[in-house]
Design a protein around this ligand. Structure first.
Ligand SMILES: [Cu+2]
Length: 255
């Protein structure tokens, strides 16, 4: 039933573990909206017929006496409460409480800027170099300290992100200029990228493939070009091979 509705609504392909629950919530909300739509349209047609001028030449100053509308209102509020309490809140609680540890995950830093996504990996040592705001330049969007040895093997990329299938990914999202929004539809994740804040999010991809990364916040004239980004989900071996081939350097790929 859920799968048929996914098709009917044209819900895009899914490739993350928690995404199914997001889709289920979307579908239930659509059911409620369909019921409300049909109900309102039916009532509108009834009102046109029932309160037509010819049938009611004189205004009625008493108005409605039945409590049907209040009961219907209560039922709708009840359904909304069920969606919120039993679907939305548990889903959010899972996302917040079941945060994976960095040891079991792939950690990526993402900085949005007009108009591209910058990605940064810790490199072979698994430790990110120190960052400071004053080091941020056009070539160093993450503000990596040039003096920190840990940053020497960090890997920086533009519009490209790699992840391992069935392994959690932690993304620290930030922005260099205006508010952007980091979105990967296939992973069912969206997070605003806000200057001065570093906001963590996580997901676990469960299907190998290439997925589009978008900017979901109108951020300027080149906003659309921020949808060039690609997330590549691959095997651990392919990921390790890719990482070993990257040119290390605190400003790698930007000089
Ligand atoms: Cu943007």
């Amino acid at each position: 039933m859920i799968d048929q509705f996914k098709k009917l609504l044209g819900i895009p392909p899914l490739a993350s573990e928690h995404g199914h629950d997001v889709d289920v919530l979307i579908i239930y909300i659509h059911w409620l909206m369909i019921a409300l739509f049909v109900g309102w349209i039916a009532y509108f047609a009834y009102a046109l017929f029932r309160f037509h001028q010819k049938r009611n030449p004189k205004a009625d100053y008493i108005g409605v006496k039945s409590h049907a509308s209040s009961y219907i209102e209560l039922i709708v509020a009840g359904v909304e409460a069920v969606l919120l309490i039993f679907f939305a809140i548990p889903l959010w609680a899972k996302a917040v409480e079941k945060f994976p540890t960095e040891a079991e995950s792939i950690t990526v830093q993402v900085v949005g800027q007009q108009f591209q996504w910058n990605m940064r990996y810790a490199g072979k040592d698994g430790v990110f170099g120190k960052q400071e705001m004053r080091f941020v330049t056009g070539n160093n969007p993450f503000g990596v300290s040039p003096d920190d040895a840990n940053g020497k093997d960090d890997v920086q990329l533009m519009e490209e992100m790699h992840a391992v299938v069935n392994k959690p990914v932690i993304v620290y999202v930030s922005s260099k200029d205006v508010i952007h929004s980091f979105k990967i539809i296939a992973m069912r994740v969206t997070q605003d990228a806000i200057p001065g804040l570093r906001i963590p999010l996580h997901f676990t991809p469960n299907k190998e493939g290439r997925y589009q990364i978008n900017c979901a916040q109108l951020c300027g004239s080149g906003h659309a070009t921020m949808s060039r980004g690609t997330l590549i989900v691959e095997s651990q071996a392919a990921f390790d091979e890719w990482l070993s081939k990257q040119t290390p350097g605190s400003t790698g790929g930007f000089e």
